[in-house]
Design a protein around this ligand. Structure first.
Ligand code: SF4
Ligand code: SF4
Length: 131
């Protein structure tokens, strides 16, 4: 007896490199976020905060010295951040090949085939990339 096979979800709006990017719950979305991106965002926010506080210094020269120091520290902190799964998307760039928006594709569930949430891509004849 032949078994029914699910149709491929490849033409689905949510389908990205065999993963399902559909939002399920805020908790699941939070867990699938790219940790490296999150860490970079935190370091960047701290740097902006420090730069903002520097503006309160009265002396222009002091402000410039402090600004350079903060920028240097930001660079050092950013350089130390890493992720074991990181693969540069192009050459040696900072973007990971597994990154999709703010998410890590490796942490998103696999598409199990055309399901009830299947939403056909709008572009006529468009195919999912990377397969
Ligand atoms: S593998 Fe890439 S996308 Fe996933 S968490 Fe690491 S850096 Fe982010
Ligand atoms: S077909 Fe279903 S499981 Fe596959 S990507 Fe679309 S919504 Fe997700």
């Amino acid at each position: 007896m032949s078994r029914l096979k699910r149709l491929s979800g490849e033409a689905c709006t949510y389908f990205v490199r065999d993963r399902c990017t559909r939002t399920r719950s805020p908790e699941e979305s939070a867990e699938a976020k790219c940790a490296l991106l999150e860490e970079r965002r935190k370091v960047g926010a701290q740097t902006l905060d420090r730069l903002e506080r520097i503006k309160r210094l009265a002396d222009a020269e002091d402000r410039e010295v402090a600004r350079r120091h903060v920028i240097q520290k930001n660079l050092e902190a950013m350089t130390k951040l890493s992720c074991p799964g990181f693969v540069p998307a192009s050459g040696e760039g900072p973007v990971c090949v597994h990154q999709h928006l703010v998410y890590c594709l490796l942490l998103l569930p696999a598409c199990t085939g055309r399901c009830e949430d299947f939403l056909v891509r709008r572009e006529p004849g468009a195919r999912a990339k990377g397969n």
